[in-house]
Design a protein around this ligand. Sequence first.
Ligand code: RP5
Length: 160
Amino acid sequence: MSAQVAIVMGSQSDWPTMQCAAKVLDDLGVSYEARIVSAHRTPDRLHAFGKGVAEEGFQVVIAGAGGAAHLPGMIAALTHLPVLGVPVQSRALSGLDSLLSIVQMPAGVPTGTLAIGEAGATNAGLLAASILALGDDALAGRLQDWRAAQTDKVAQHPKE
Ligand code: RP5
């Protein structure tokens, strides 16, 4: 059986960021598979992945890329599955290039665009879990527990 979530990234260099999505999914007991798919360096792999990702059995795609970050949008063009885009922080423009490349999709081909960098990857994991939890009460419970634990960690007062 296929994993529930596909985490794809344009380069090995994106993995430290995208691991934040993987960690959340691990915490919540959601299965995933991570792959490198570059829109520019491996265009045939991109096309095969996008055309086949639903048939493979995945339910949500998290796609992270930096710079000219065409990966999430191109996957969204090739599949009806929900695609969550993570703008990876680039060296040259601090991820603003990544963000604008991912967010400004034409009407009819949506990507859910998250924040730049690790916060975005973490939230992509949480959002993927929320989507899957719509049809999975046990996962919805684990997600609520995760959020409650986060709340409990916030102190009332700052330490000296
Ligand atoms: C993008 O180019 C990747 O998503 C990565 O964020 C960026 C730089 O890639 P490398 O040159 O580090 O492989 O395609």
